[in-house]
Each structure stands twice: as C-alpha cells, then as structure tokens.
Ligand binder design. Structure first.
Ligand SMILES: C[S@@+](CC[C@H](N)C(=O)[O-])C[C@H]1O[C@@H](n2cnc3c(N)ncnc32)[C@H](O)[C@@H]1O
Length: 239
C-alpha cells in the first residue's frame, strides 16, 4: 500500500478487514494498557456533565463502552464510524457488556451528520492518526470536528505519540518495526493493516507538532498527558 496522501477508500477497506482480531491485537501490542488510556479519555469527556458526547472513529466501540459506563448525567452518546463491520462489532460488544444508551451511526468524519455547535465533547481513540497522517482529507476532518463542537466544547484524543527521550524513541520505533509490523502482521493475518500502523505511528506527530496543528485550527487550552514514556498521549483541546 502506498501511504503517501492516501484517500478514504483504502483505509475504509483496510478497517473493514480487521475487526475479528482487532481487540486482541490492541491488548497484545499495548501490553493491555490501551483500555486504561481509553478510560482516562472517557472520564475527561464525561466530567462536566455533557448533554451530547460523540465518539468518532469508534471502531469496535471500546471507548464508547467507557463513555456509557461513566455516563452519570444521562448524556446522549453517539458512536460513529465509516466501517460497517467495525460498527457491527461495537454493537455486539455493548450488548455483551449489558451497556445501553449509545446510538451508532455509519458516517464519515468528513461529513458529520450533526448541526453546527451541538456537541459538548468529542472523543477519538487511536483514530486521529488515521484522519491526519498523510491524509488528503485531513483539513476537512478537522474543520468538521470544530464545526460540530459547541463553543467551550472539548476534543479528547488518545493516540500514539513520540517519546521525547531519544533512546526511548529509538526503542519504540524498533518495537513498531519488529513487534507491530512483523509480529502484528503475522498474528492478525492482515499484513497491510499492521504495516500501515507501524509506519504511520513511527512517523506521526510529536506532542508539540500535534499541539500546533490544533492551535492552527483555532483550538485552545491544549493539554497533553504523556502515556507510557510518551509512546501514546492523551490530548485535550477546547473550542
Ligand atoms: C484504529 S481504529 C480505532 C478504533 C477505536 N476508536 C479504538 O479505540 O480502538 C480507527 C477507526 O477509525 C475509523 N475511521 C477511519 N477514518 C474514518 C473516517 N474518515 N470516518 C469515520 N471513521 C473512520 C476506522 O473505520 C476504524 O474503525
């Protein structure tokens, strides 16, 4: 796959091929830390008693499950993805976990089916890289996210990042090459998807670059919490 300036179709096809082993691979590749990171993001989304929270790129719905668990204010929760197989997994998971109150929508982040300034918080778990890494629709995605957020609304991103320490960063890139690309590709049975994950995570933004990307799109009060030596990060930004 050519990762340069990819458009929507290869990504949509790629994600529609991975749901079966997607969760298992996440747990293995993050040494089970991914769920704790999503919980943190969900708590942040829910802390100001929102009335409508949107989880974009919801995938198999792990973050949406945490939103449902922390929903003490009776907020409306919408989980959105453009891959039907991913959404099907998410719906099954909510039922399996006996969680309710999440509405699922099949849609592209480039055309969010919501009125302007109607959403209190948007969460995105490990999908921001897909939207912005060498993606020709990156600008459209960011402006749609900004458009639907209420003034003062929050964008909460959990995403891979770049460790500041050079040695740790080198080790992390080695891990992405050996463990994620080769081992992940082999174990998942989907070489393309894990090649993409390894390549995009290796070349993704540093926290500083992500902050300035968000600042350029008019987001303010940007806070980054590094996770596991900066291999991932929880980033919060306000409209
Ligand atoms: C890496 S998965 C992340 C899934 C989940 N949020 C998690 O925490 O594991 C990225 C998801 O984003 C979805 N996605 C990527 N680009 C999208 C777009 N433009 N619109 C809607 N969904 C998109 C994919 O279908 C996939 O399910």
């Amino acid at each position: 796959m050519n990762f340069q300036n990819h458009s929507i179709r290869p990504l949509q096809k790629m994600f529609s091929e991975v749901p079966g082993r997607y969760d298992l691979m996440n747990r293995i590749l993050t040494f089970r830390m991914d769920e704790a990171w999503r919980k943190k993001a969900a708590r942040r989304c829910m802390e100001d008693n929102p009335s409508h929270v949107l989880d974009i790129c919801t995938g198999t719905g792990d973050l949406a499950c945490h939103l449902a668990r922390y929903n003490h204010s009776g907020a409306k929760i919408t989980a959105l993805d453009f891959s039907e197989p991913m959404l099907a997994e998410a719906k099954k998971k909510l039922i399996r976990k006996k969680l309710t109150g999440v509405e699922f929508i099949l849609a592209d982040v480039g055309e969010l089916p919501f009125q302007t300034e109607t959403i209190d918080a948007i969460s995105i778990g490990f999908g921001f890289r897909n939207l912005t890494f060498k993606n020709i629709k990156s600008e459209i995605y960011l402006s749609e996210i900004y458009r639907v957020l209420k003034p003062g609304g929050k964008l909460i991103i959990v995403e891979s990042s770049q460790p500041k320490n050079k040695t740790i960063r080198k080790l992390y890139h080695l891990y992405l090459l050996i463990f994620v690309k080769f081992f992940g590709g082999y174990l998942s049975g989907n070489k393309k998807a894990y090649h993409y994950l390894s390549y995009s995570a290796t070349h993704f933004y540093t926290p500083e670059e992500l902050n300035s990307l968000l600042k350029d799109r008019k987001f303010k009060s940007i806070i980054t919490n590094n996770l596991f030596f900066g291999a991932s990060a929880l980033t919060m930004a306000v409209k």
